[in-house]
Design a protein around this ligand. Structure first.
Ligand SMILES: *Cc1c(COP(=O)(O)O)cnc(C)c1O
Length: 422
């Protein structure tokens, strides 16, 4: 069933759930309780729900620590020495990478800095970074402080691409034209794959090709993409990407971050970087000698001992992604968000606009609803009614039905509450 057959009825929502091959994954998650039942959780773009299997997975490592102590690095079910490696294959599948192009370490903003240290190499004439206007604040701060670090003025060295006057979304051609226009001075394009506020998904393949054409490198922040929309980072020739694991990847607050470094760079051990012992060849790591020898893959950027308790929840959560498959998740997500959009369009007495692109190819799970007035009060009322969504000034309620655990019935119940209360 798809758009022409959608009905604003509970039987329709239940029929969609019955036909959904991923419906059973819902029972793999803890939902926050509400009024004797479960809340409707549309905030997986901010913090994904806890997979039920996480508690056991944590227990395994606690037990290894109890019983083996330092022996846990080499013994036990999952020797800690290799802990970062356990996430590589499932993450590579999620972001369209080869296994040696992916690693987990630190957290998103830290990794953004580490990647820029390797891939933002400003010269006197080629020193500018291009990003979207209204990028996530942490990304803005990271880029601002990087250019300052090299003695440049952010007002000159950062090129922000904004929507045209009166528009809310970036046009693909405007991004590509700007890259060509600034080509000679451009060192790096540093867009998010998807804007956190509007939910707009950018054409990463086209941005990367245009950056390369101009002689620049292309990096992406995939915080809102990883586990939401399938991407092909290797094939698109993206130079590097970073993401967090606590949004659509459901690995819990503060979970370890993810990094992609394209094979052509990852295999180059001469490439400059900041080093630490965990990025060093295992063969020589424990000789404790002078001379950093990075691993010839993305983990050559790791610095510290793997953060087992920051990674164990991701490891457990990724099992679910491997079972569900990104392609099936995306198929469901397109339909689930289309159903949400269809139901929202029935509520024409409410004064809001959906600022997220209408084309499914230009968005993921999230729809951003811009309320011309009373946005904050409407958000608070939703929370009171057991709908967990978030609010961003001025007036935007972000609604993100994550396909891993949200159902068509959730979307229908959301609509019913809106219809009844507003
Ligand atoms: C969520 C998010 C972050 C958060 O960064 P942390 O370092 O994990 O706190 C950064 N950038 C974007 C685009 C995000 O969506």
């Amino acid at each position: 069933m798809s758009y022409p057959d959608f009905q604003p009825t509970l039987p329709c929502a239940r029929a969609l759930d019955a036909a959904d091959p991923l419906h059973r994954f819902r029972s793999e998650f803890h939902f926050p309780p509400h009024a004797g039942g479960q809340a409707i959780y549309f905030c997986g773009n901010s913090l994904g729900l806890q997979p039920r299997r996480v508690a056991d997975a944590v227990q395994v490592e606690l037990k290894a620590w109890q019983d083996l102590a330092v022996g846990g690095y080499f013994g036990g079910t999952n020797p800690w020495l290799y802990y970062q490696d356990y996430c590589k294959q499932p993450l590579a599948d999620i972001v369209g990478a080869q296994v040696q192009e992916v690693t987990v370490m630190n957290a998103l903003t830290v990794n953004l800095h580490l990647m820029m240290l390797s891939f933002y190499r400003p010269t006197a004439t080629r020193y500018k970074i291009m990003m979207e206007a209204g990028a996530f604040p942490s990304d803005q701060y990271a880029v601002e402080t990087q250019v300052k670090h090299y003695g440049f003025d952010p007002a000159d060295a950062i090129i922000e691409i904004a929507p045209r006057p009166g528009e809310r979304l970036l046009r693909r051609e405007d991004i590509l034209d700007a890259i060509a226009l600034h080509g000679d001075s451009l060192a790096l394009t540093m867009f998010s794959g998807m804007n956190y506020y509007t939910g707009q998904l950018y054409d990463m393949a086209a941005i990367t090709a245009a950056a390369h054409q101009a002689g620049a490198l292309a990096g992406f922040d995939l915080a809102h993409v990883a586990g939401n929309v399938p991407v092909q980072l290797h094939e698109w020739d993206v130079d590097f990407a970073v993401w967090c694991s606590y949004k659509y990847l459901n690995a819990g607050p503060g979970a370890v971050g993810g990094v992609f470094v394209h094979e052509k760079h990852a295999s180059n051990v001469q490439l400059g970087r900041l080093g630490g012992w965990w990025g060093n060849e295992e063969k020589t790591r424990f000789r404790m000698e002078k001379g950093f020898v990075p691993k010839a893959d993305a983990s050559g950027w790791c610095l510290s001992t793997s953060q087992v308790f920051n990674t164990v929840c991701l490891k457990a959560s990724l099992e679910l992604f491997a079972e569900a498959g990104m392609d099936r998740l995306r198929q469901k997500s397109i339909q689930l968000t289309a159903y949400l959009e269809f139901l929202l369009r029935q509520l024409n007495h409410l004064s809001f606009e959906i600022i997220t692109p209408a084309d499914p190819a230009e968005r993921g799970a999230q729809l951003s609803l811009y309320f011309h007035e009373h946005g904050r009060q409407i958000h608070d009322k939703m929370i009171e009614c057991g709908i967990i969504v978030d609010y961003r000034e001025p007036g935007v309620i972000r609604v993100a039905p994550a396909p891993m655990y949200c159902s068509f019935e959730d979307v229908y119940r959301f609509y019913e509450i809106l219809k009844e209360h507003f």
